[in-house]
Design a protein around this ligand. Structure first.
Ligand code: CU
Length: 158
């Protein structure tokens, strides 16, 4: 019969509980501070009518009056429309994406931009490009036989 916990078991149990608390805290911070959340119904559109639904009826880049930019992109088998996003350096860009067909993944090289693009669900992700350069866009969710051809780029001009 076990009378007490071994000293090392207590240490391991304590570390496990600490890990759980830190993990729960990280989730709480991501929700409350970073605003990360699951997709909601407000950002849902009809995937069969993507091209007839604003803003996806006019994909492309818009420079807003406050100096930020909005890049509306349709992710589809097997290309990005448009596949080149050109913005001046220092611009905060909000990427607004959806898919009319299957699940895609939106990743911009050398940035933290990494989001799922779900059919009929509007994905929004923001990134500021401080320095001029070219950043590749790839699909990181296998979406069919032409998946590996889904390349695009963000062209950041001086
Ligand atoms: Cu893909």
């Amino acid at each position: 019969m076990i009378k007490t916990l071994d000293r090392y078991e207590k240490i391991i149990l304590g570390l496990t509980v600490l890990g759980l608390i830190l993990g729960a805290g990280a989730i709480a911070l991501s929700v409350l501070e970073a605003g990360i959340h699951l997709p909601t119904i407000e950002d849902r559109i009809d995937p069969a009518a993507v091209r007839d639904t604003a803003p996806f009826d006019e994909p492309g880049v818009t420079i807003n009056s406050d100096g930020t930019a909005t890049a509306v992109i349709i992710a589809q088998t097997w290309l990005w429309e448009p596949d080149t996003i050109e913005v001046p350096a220092g611009t905060e860009v909000e990427f607004v994406l959806t898919s009319p067909d299957v699940l895609h993944g939106f990743h911009i090289w050398d940035t933290a931009v990494n989001a799922m693009v779900i059919p009929g669900q509007v994905t929004r992700v923001t990134q500021t490009f401080d320095n001029p350069g070219e950043f590749g866009i790839v699909c990181h969710e296998y979406c069919g036989i032409g998946h590996h051809t889904m390349f695009g780029r963000v062209l950041v001009t001086p």
